[in-house]
Design a protein. Sequence first.
Length: 83
Amino acid sequence: MNGARSKRIAIGARPPANPQAEAWIRQGDADAVQKADLYTARLTLDVTPAMRARIKVSAFTRGVTVAELLRALLEREFPEHSP
């Protein structure tokens, strides 16, 4: 390094943890684990960019994720106990 020393810059102490925020974060992790148990297969589908945009806008306006929107659509079209 041409005789120059590298200087370490200290980062301040970690702020105290907020127990309510920590509990909320851990709760989110539990929800993800439960979804992973339910949905273990991946389905890949090619759609046009325009169709993808329409799906994303539709999910956003309904306040759900694209995955949730598509799962509901597939459940309606292919019910588990269909005749």
